[in-house]
Write a protein that binds this ligand. Sequence first.
Ligand SMILES: [Zn+2]
Length: 483
Amino acid sequence: MHFTKRRTGWVDGEISQQVGCVAERDRFTCAIGARIPTVMFRAAASLALALFSSCSAAPEIPRHLVLVTIDTLRQDRIGAYGHLGAKTPHLDALAARGMRFDDAISQAITTPPSHASILTGLAPTTHGLTQLRGQRLSDGNRTLAEILSDVGFETAAFVSAIPLRRDVGLDQGFSSYDDDGLQWKNRTRSASETNDRVKRWLEPAHSERIFLWVHYFEPHFPYAPPEPYRSEFRQRDDPQEIKPLNGFGGDVELPRHVAEAASRLYDGEVAVGDAALGDLLASLAAAGILDDAIVAVVADHGESLGERGYYFGHWDVFDETARVPMVMARPDGRFAGTLIQGPVATTDLLPTLLAWLDVPLPPGIEGIDLTPDIERGGGDPRRIIYTERSQFMGPTIRSVRDGRWLVVHRKNAEPQFYDRRTGNEASVPAAEGDLLLAALEGYEASASATRSVPRKVSEKVAEQLRALGYAEDRLEESPNGDE
Ligand SMILES: [Zn+2]
């Protein structure tokens, strides 16, 4: 049973139409509407329309696909999503010439399972890669790279941190998978180094259609942006050392000046990632690829910056870690400047992108083609999306949410309901609560039926992951990785 497919029908009333092209029975019209968050965004969208839009033309089939995943990137720290302290001009420009989703939800708040969901269109309870370590994505899964490779795409991936090293199994379908140098002494690569590798790959001409996946790790802790970002985002009396703290459920709080310094430096890291995105897009333009490429940018999860006692990590399933930026731009300018309301899943990327590339969707994909939602400017606010926390960081936490409510199920506890508007525990109307609980139970049944593939990992690798801030002090393992 695939609960991510649950649709309860179209509900209007929470839709905001934006600046952009709207499809109506194969005809495009341009519209300028309300509810754009900033004047700057409105201006950028108008400019983008002038530069990129071909509103009267039929949609064309883009030739290439560029997927950029930015690790640990909170949605609410991006200019296009309304953050005033952001320095994210490239992501903002991409959103202006493309579309951004208001409520994109990641299926896992841990790097490998979340990326596996993006690349398979399946929830972790189905694809089976649920842990930070000790597992490999089963070969029985068919990845986006495999699907595109099978129809003639040249496929290449460039990753920037050890949780995505090839032995995790996300290399399936990539003819080139660059994780070089990600080892014990070098757990991560800078985005600029990863970009240098992409540029070398771009040097010879590529005649085939291309699927390029590039992963950046910058916003992940520690928050230590290089110059000139360090000077721009750091203040003179900021603490020299900032340490993560998991104070969930307790009364431990970090001093406010420490949390504020961390928050600013996090913005600095986000700015570095954004600059890398700009550099990448410039290289793709110079190589003659960008003009005919879909560009999709998404995060694998967000980050807690003090909410609920979680300081500087991604340890729980609340919105600050599960709600991610998701931006897509088509080369023909279709849907330019569109904001799409309503919950969507990062598993929806795969079917949406395949539809736009005119590649048949394999059976069994749980994500949905978002094109109809994009055309309407919104999806079903009652759609239910699943998110989990890897057991590696403590007992598995499972959750589902719709546009309004969140249900969190922790080990040895009753499910707890939260109002996403306030973040607080809340009473949920019985009918909606029953639907959410039924969906949660469905995922839990699916999880116990899914067999993961254990992979023996050395203690050295475990130490690397601890050093990245993942493991905390509770390293539990279960035989099937899904307790
Ligand atoms: Zn991650």
